[in-house]
Design a protein around this ligand. Structure first.
Ligand code: SF4
Length: 288
């Protein structure tokens, strides 16, 4: 499986101390993404200008802190990463087999003493669906607590529910046209999967990334509230995350433009009102 980042964090993506795997590839193209290096299924060459060395490229693509990506696009042997191992230029992901991941999780099992476990996120975890399913089945045999953080768009997501203890789903934009416009895909399956999870899953956490000028207007918030009112329940929690630009530097390192600007920050009063409105529905708000 292709993994672009892994490590422990506490309680952010699931309960307790968690070993978190970020799986490569995503079918959505959110311009505010904090992990852009995880977007492309075949990965991306990440260039960190702080450590970049001209000497690792025989084709002259690296000049000082700049990389001429058009030269890289036509480069077959990629000596910068195949002959050199540097922090200045590297492929976004490394690969591990399902068996290797299972063993790694089991080797770290004592770290889950507080009810923690393993989390698969992305990118979009379900882009590597078949391997992920095998992995979940294998880990469940060892009674490992599993959380999945997903954009909710996979048509067979519901088949994974029996193997997931904690399901974290993004709900990004309610308006179908705007969802397509900003993210590149329809939200139809996403909303169907969230609705199904609210009924069939015992632990669902729905997250809204609130982005200024994208989904924070009163009309859009009202659409979220109407949807949440229909899916709220004892096993469903909600959370609103407001825009940040933590991923900005990474977009540049991937050779891409970061198109978000200061207007994407959400007013504090808007954020607080939205949280209160969710609570007023009788829905459970939970901060992670
Ligand atoms: S991909 Fe090829 S052209 Fe680009 S930096 Fe690496 S070796 Fe140079």
């Amino acid at each position: 499986m292709k993994i672009f980042q892994k490590g422990f964090n506490y309680s952010q993506d699931g309960a307790g101390n968690r070993l978190v795997y970020h799986l490569q590839g995503c079918n959505m193209k959110c311009p505010w993404c904090a992990n852009p290096e995880g977007m492309k299924m075949d990965g991306v060459l990440v260039a960190d200008e702080e450590w970049l060395l001209e000497s690792i490229c025989p084709k002259g693509a690296i000049q000082g802190t700049q990389v001429e990506r058009s030269i890289c696009a036509a480069c077959g042997d990629r000596e910068c990463i195949t002959k050199h191992n540097t922090k200045g230029m590297y492929l976004s992901y490394t690969e591990q087999s399902v068996e290797e991941i299972v063993q790694e999780v089991l080797d770290n099992e004592m770290m889950f003493y507080d009810g923690g476990g393993v989390t698969f996120t992305g990118g979009e975890a379900t882009m590597q669906y078949e391997e992920l399913k095998s992995l979940l089945i294998a880990l469940k045999k060892h009674d490992i607590h599993i959380a999945i953080e997903t954009n909710g768009s996979h048509p067979h997501l519901q088949e994974l529910f029996p193997y997931i203890d904690q399901l974290i789903m993004d709900c990004k934009i309610m308006d179908a046209e705007n969802h397509r416009k900003y993210i590149g895909v329809s939200n139809e399956t996403v909303l169907q999967n969230i609705t199904a999870a609210a009924v069939a899953h015992s632990c669902l956490h729905v997250r809204v990334p609130l982005i200024g000028g994208v989904n924070d207007e009163a009309e859009e918030r009202a659409a979220f509230l109407a949807f949440f009112d229909g899916i709220k329940g004892p096993h469903v929690t909600f959370e609103v995350l407001s825009y940040h630009e933590f991923g900005k530097k990474k977009w540049k390192e991937c050779g891409w433009d970061y198109t978000m600007d200061g207007n994407a920050y959400v007013k504090e009063e808007t954020l607080q009102k939205f949280k209160k409105d969710i609570a007023a529905l009788g829905a459970k708000y939970e901060r992670t």
